[in-house]
Write a protein that binds this ligand. Structure first.
Ligand code: ADP
Length: 196
């Protein structure tokens, strides 16, 4: 089962995706974490990605698509994955659809976390003081929100148009309560989710 956790920067998609993936018994694949690991290991991809990520831009589609495709082919992904931070552009979504089609698979569902902009700003600036991510600055966030509206929000329309199940979840509140909301919403469609 290939599923997506979708939402703006600071919506908590990483936190929720890791919890939901454990409950579903599939790996959590976070594009941003994979890219940060490339940067840390100073790989050619990491060297190309770092200045773009620091400014709040998007790493070129072909690089990210290749990175995700090889991750999906790893043995531990045989039962599926929960993707977080990918696809982030419509061309990435089209590339994902065709890589899944080759494997006779498709995106099963999308969880879309909804959080107002004001709350996103508060969360990211707070995270800046604890995690020290180099893109968690006021300017980096502003740019990421612009990119989200412009390039990433249309990904949801892409899946809406193709008839993929989209579950909108209020992402404001207690972390446990939000996980509960997601699991409850998913279990309403017993065919789509079998909890581990
Ligand atoms: P957030 O959602 O809080 O911005 P992420 O860890 O998901 O954090 O992403 C951090 C950065 O990594 C993005 O701003 C972007 O530069 C890069 N990135 C992550 N996923 C992708 C992707 N699918 N395509 C291009 N760039 C990406």
């Amino acid at each position: 089962m290939i599923a997506l956790m979708f939402g703006p920067p600071g919506s908590g998609k990483g936190t929720q995706a890791s919890r939901v993936a454990v409950r579903l018994g599939i790996p959590h694949v976070a594009a941003g974490d994979m890219l940060r690991s490339e940067v840390e290991r100073d790989t050619p991809l990491g060297r190309e990605a770092k200045p773009i990520m620091d400014k709040g831009g998007l790493v070129p589609d072909d690089l990210v698509v290749r990175m995700i495709e090889s991750r999906i082919d790893a043995p531990d992904a045989a039962k599926g994955v929960l993707l977080d931070g990918f696809p982030r552009t419509v061309p990435q979504a089209v590339a994902l659809d065709s890589m899944l089609q080759k494997r006779s698979d498709r995106v099963a569902w999308v969880v879309a976390l909804e959080v107002p902009d004001d709350e996103l700003k508060v969360r990211i600036l707070k995270r800046a003081t604890t995690e020290g991510r180099s893109d968690d600055t006021a300017e980096g966030l502003a740019q990421r929100l612009v990119v989200y509206r412009q390039d990433t929000a249309p990904v949801l329309d892409h899946y809406r148009t193709s008839g993929t199940r989209i579950v909108a979840i209020n992402g404001v509140g207690d972390i446990d309560a939000i996980t509960q909301r997601i699991m409850q919403a998913l279990s309403h469609d017993g065919a789509a989710v079998r909890t581990a």
